[in-house]
Design a protein around this ligand. Structure first.
Ligand code: PRX
Length: 633
């Protein structure tokens, strides 16, 4: 073990310094007020934003579970993230500091960002983009991904960002589900010293889902790629045309108009396109960002997520920009060319807040403390964690080696569905390593049994949210029934939201998230569905049936274990196993590549034909298989 890391304490008090600078000094008091008069609390938060027209009603709960927030209000998130900042000193402030993996640097003031977004919004309009249409974005971590997202929002179009690490089938499926006509991509990006070839993947995907009529490509790597006449355009060509002017009207969207859809994995093969809105999402991300990170005008905030995930949407783009904050963005791998890359950038840019995942922390911890120690990290004052439970070792290392025992760690629990932080500490709170602490203002959580009865303190149960909040996803695109069934059916009598996680609440009211209770697998904090991996395997000519499970892994949280049944005429073997793993990688992306793949004659199934993944998991871990009474074979 690392010398510098001492024994982990059960709890950590905030320093006087941290307390002094905290926006909220007394969490319990504000929390109680927010719960006792929820709508009042959210109205107060909404008033901090600029509205074209004030709302008539804070919450319309008449169509449970299809809640509506700030109904009658008119607001565009861009009006708050960009337009309003042009009238004051924020205009001259840095909005984005970006560093490419090869070391190139670009910065954008709020003025410059607004200019680029306006220009690109005009381009999109000239391509016939209309309010309410879904535009797909498939890009690496370059500033243009943010420009593209903001430009869509500005004209009232709905963006659907597909993570740049996803591959052909994942992209094609998402384009098709959203019936997208416009795709924005790049030739590639840099990762571990190599150029990725996104446009080639995009070309393949466009062959599979022919809805795309216009594809705009940013030139990043200069790699050669096929461009089709009348369909493909270079971003830089369009941006230098006279129609890309800086004068651009921001669409006056309704509070409930969709801002974006974001696909996430669920229990069935098809990914769910969760819908978030202009009004509620603006209020929720602005508010959680401000309180949880105690943001100050002089701060430089680094959310080291990818904009292609909800963390990137909420805390790399929208939450910070609405608050007029300066964000850091980095294109590549944390250990390229050496494992000090992140620490070097924190020193170079004077980053004050770092928000990342336990997997990233564990990955860097592996290289030892000396890489961090050679850098001056004294600008840091707050740390954040998200995406999976943080284990004590990683917490300790993050707190002591990176934060030098000065920086509180905000372990934030939330989901693509929730839009923003749900259970999280605030900087002024006592921290318990491994616990996401307490519900955010206005959020009523509970740990319950199947009947909905609260379990005793310290016991494991199902995590539910008892009342709506502004940042909640409104529905699943094109599948409202699935939205109801997945999140609201289990506790329909009580009208509670089912989060899909199990948790414990201790005697002090602190929440300890345990993990998913469904067939969602968290690999390195990325969310994948067993069924998605299984359908990728079955799409290979050699496979007739497959089952995928997650197995615990020290570094990545979980890794994928796949069991396959071969079609007649195919022989099991190492070569085929490798081919199948690569096939999954090609269809979904490198994150979905199974670490283990075994061949079997049959799969354990219930009499109704459902794969009993729990049996496979127990077997893979060498444990007892438990009750097999429902097993068919
Ligand atoms: O299982 C929980 C885990 O991530 C799931 C949500 O995944 P996703 O929609 O991809 O969003 C991730 C980023 C918000 C949750 O159901 N999770 C997220 N944050 C934490 C966590 N598990 C434990 N501790 C957390 N802080």
């Amino acid at each position: 073990m690392d010398k510098q890391v001492s024994t982990l304490k059960k709890s950590y008090e905030p320093s006087k310094e941290v307390k002094k600078h905290s926006i909220v000094k007394d969490y319990e008091k504000v929390y109680l007020e927010s719960i006792n008069n929820r709508e009042n609390f959210w109205a107060g938060e909404a008033k901090k934003l600029d509205w074209y027209r004030k709302w008539d009603k804070v919450l319309d709960d008449s169509k449970h579970p299809f809640y509506e927030w700030f109904t009658g209000g008119k607001i565009n998130i861009i009006h708050n993230a960009l337009d309003r900042h042009q009238k004051n000193a924020t205009r001259n402030k840095l909005a984005i500091i970006w560093e490419g993996e090869p070391g190139d640097v670009r910065t954008f003031s709020y003025h410059a960002l607004n200019r680029e977004v306006s220009k690109f919004a005009n381009i999109l309009r000239s391509m016939g983009a209309k309010p309410g249409e879904v535009i797909t974005i498939y890009m690496p971590q370059i500033p243009e991904i943010i420009i593209a997202m903001l430009a869509c929002a500005k004209i009232g179009a709905i963006h659907s960002v597909v993570y740049g690490g996803f591959s052909v089938e994942a992209l094609a499926e998402r384009i098709e589900d959203a019936n997208s006509r416009i795709l924005i991509t790049a030739d590639g990006g840099f990762r571990r010293g190599k150029a990725t070839s996104l446009k080639n993947i995009a070309n393949e995907a466009m062959k599979r889902s022919p809805t795309i009529e216009v594809c705009i490509t940013v030139k990043r790597t200069g790699e050669e790629c096929y461009m089709e006449n009348d369909r493909d355009f270079w971003y830089h060509d369009l941006m230098s045309m006279p129609l890309a002017c800086t004068n651009c009207y921001t669409e006056h969207t309704d509070a409930e108009d969709p801002l974006f859809i974001l696909y996430t994995s669920g229990t069935t093969g098809k990914p769910k396109g969760l819908v978030h809105t202009h009004g509620g999402y603006s209020v929720y991300t602005a508010s959680t960002f401000r309180y949880v990170f105690d943001i100050k005008p002089e701060d430089r905030f680094w959310c080291a997520a990818d904009p292609g995930w909800i963390t990137g949407h909420s805390y790399m783009v929208y939450g910070p920009l609405i608050n007029g904050a300066t964000i850091m963005m980095y294109e590549g791998a944390p250990n390229h060319p050496y494992p000090n890359r992140w620490w070097q950038m924190i020193e170079k840019y004077g980053i004050n807040i770092l928000y990342t995942s336990p997997t990233a922390i564990r990955g860097l911890m592996r290289f030892g403390s000396s890489w961090a120690d050679r850098h001056n990290l004294s600008s840091l004052r707050l740390l954040g964690s998200v995406g999976e439970p943080i284990n004590p070792e990683a917490w300790k290392w993050y707190y002591e080696v990176i934060g030098k025992g000065r920086c509180p760690i905000m372990d934030t629990w939330w989901q693509t569905e929730t839009g923003g932080h749900m259970i999280t500490p605030l900087p002024s709170m006592t921290l318990k390593p491994g616990s996401a602490a307490k519900p955010f203002f206005g959020i009523e959580a509970a740990v319950v049994d199947d009947a909905g009865k609260e379990v005793k303190a310290g016991e494991e149960g199902t995590l539910v949210i008892k009342a709506p909040w502004p940042g909640m996803a409104r529905t699943i695109l094109g599948d409202p029934d699935r939205y109801v069934e997945k999140y609201w059916e289990k506790y329909s009598k009580q009208k509670w939201y089912l989060a899909g996680d199990s948790a414990r609440k201790d005697e002090d009211g602190y929440y300890w998230i345990i993990g998913r209770i469904d067939d969602v697998i968290k690999v390195s904090g990325y969310r994948l569905g067993s069924a998605e991996i299984e359908s990728a395997l079955v799409s290979h000519p050699a496979v007739t049936e497959a089952a995928a499970i997650g197995l615990p892994d020290e570094l990545r949280g979980n890794i994928i274990h796949a069991t396959v049944i071969l079609r007649q005429g195919f022989e099991p073997g190492d070569k085929l196993a490798e081919d199948l793993k690569s096939h999954v990688e090609k269809e979904i992306g490198p994150i979905a590549r199974p670490s283990f793949l075994v061949f079997a004659e049959s799969l354990p199934k219930t009499r109704s034909g459902k794969i009993m993944r729990r049996v496979l998991k127990a077997r893979a871990l060498g444990q007892e298989t438990g009750d097999l009474s429902t097993l068919e074979e």
